[in-house]
Write a protein that binds this ligand. Structure first.
Ligand SMILES: [Zn+2]
Ligand SMILES: [Zn+2]
Ligand SMILES: [Zn+2]
Length: 82
């Protein structure tokens, strides 16, 4: 995701750069239209305000914007201000 808060379909966001055009997004869409960092699909729930409670796929808990594993897109310091 681009981390932008403008109205667009974030579930299918296909932007190659962050909302402010400052850098390329960390994740890409793979062949199955899932968000992925490299070969690892990332958790979509992790990007949302409520986060993801699962501990079964911790390697997927990476930020779709910057790739950091300490937060999801909603908590990313690079995200556009609300
Ligand atoms: Zn977007
Ligand atoms: Zn998850
Ligand atoms: Zn981030």
């Amino acid at each position: 995701m681009c981390l932008g808060r403008d109205q667009h379909d974030v579930g299918h966001c296909n932007r190659a750069r962050l909302w402010d055009d400052s850098r390329a997004t960390r994740c890409t869409r793979n062949a199955r239209d899932r968000l992925a960092v490299g070969d690892t699909e990332i958790c979509l729930a992790w990007q949302l305000p409520n986060g993801c409670q699962s501990t079964n796929h911790l390697e997927r808990h990476a930020c779709s914007g910057c790739g950091d594993t300490s937060h999801g897109a909603n908590g990313c310091p690079l995200a556009q201000e609300a």
